[in-house]
Ligand binder design. Structure first.
Ligand SMILES: [Zn+2]
Length: 296
């Protein structure tokens, strides 16, 4: 059963995405596994006074609890006075998307990027139809083209990542046939971060062509943002990306921050005296990314 959390947001996710595009900026999307990370992200968003999207992958939501995540994020928005939204990141089954919609998520990603084009379209459409019946505004995002799955440090680009990128027409067809409100096309991006070097550059001209054919109503989301050069982000946002996902970078910062804090005092046992080390390190990285995405 869906939770009914009565908190009024100033804006909906759809409005915020549209505004970002109009202003030539992008929303930052960051993943969490716990409330400590959520606080770090909220601290950064509050300081810069920008909206933010909180994502949970299937693994993260299993660890945290989907219903709890929704309530926790809403409460955080109230506590910090920020526009903050929930997203079920990379959900690989229609059933999983339905559960996320029932839990009250603002957005769900049906990830059928490993399916055939036909199966990806028909399943994504099923999710859109379900979302439309929810009585709420739920953003449904689809994935066109495969960019790998891991949010970790990689030695090499995985073999199965698409070398042929989808065309603007492929992306337009996906949106037209599914009715999805957002899409994450493969544009040379990659999940995870390559060890000791920046990730490959994005195809900016392709992003521009996709934005031209899609118009301004459809969200265009960049995944695999960790490890990209700053100018790649700015160029991608100028070309029409209005949401950027960051996960691996903040996972690394969180762990390093925790380790450093724990090492300061090996006898410390009060969690709030060492968990803040991870939180603060993550908040710094989030702040840097939000500044870049929001042109601050
Ligand atoms: Zn992703």
């Amino acid at each position: 059963m869906a939770f009914s959390v009565t908190l009024t947001f100033m804006k909906t996710l759809k409005e915020v995405m549209y505004e970002a595009l109009e202003q030539g900026v992008a929303l930052g999307h960051f993943n969490i596994s716990d409330s400590n990370q959520l606080n770090g992200i909220a601290m950064a968003a509050q300081e810069l006074n920008v909206p933010v999207v909180i994502g949970v992958s299937e693994g993260e939501s299993k660890f945290l609890g989907l219903d709890k995540m929704v309530v926790m994020v809403r409460a955080t928005g109230k506590e910090y006075g920020i526009d903050i939204f929930t997203n079920a990141d990379h959900t690989h089954s229609v059933e999983g998307c339905k559960l996320a919609i029932d839990a009250g998520m603002d957005s769900v990603i049906f990830d059928g990027s490993k399916l055939s084009v036909e199966e990806n379209i028909s399943s994504a459409k099923e999710v859109v139809d379900y979302a439309n019946k929810s009585g709420r505004e739920v953003i449904v995002e689809g994935e066109v083209g495969y960019i790998g799955t891991s949010s970790k440090v990689l030695d090499e680009i995985p073999d199965d990542v698409s070398s042929v990128l989808p065309s603007p027409e492929d992306v337009k067809k996906f949106i037209d046939e599914t009715g999805a409100s957002a899409v994450a096309p493969a544009v040379g991006n990659l999940h995870g971060m390559l060890k000791g070097r920046t990730n490959p550059a994005l195809n900016i001209e392709l992003i521009k062509a996709m934005r031209n054919i899609l118009g301004n109503e459809t969200g265009m989301v960049l995944h695999g943002g960790s490890g990209l050069a700053d100018e790649d982000f700015t160029n991608a946002i100028k070309a029409g990306i209005n949401v950027v996902h960051i996960n691996t970078e903040i996972r690394i910062a969180y762990r390093k921050g925790l380790e450093a804090k724990l090492a300061e005092n090996l006898d410390e046992v009060a969690p709030y005296r060492y968990l803040n080390g991870g939180r603060d390190a993550l908040a710094e990285v989030v702040k840097g990314r939000l500044k870049l995405f929001n042109n601050l």
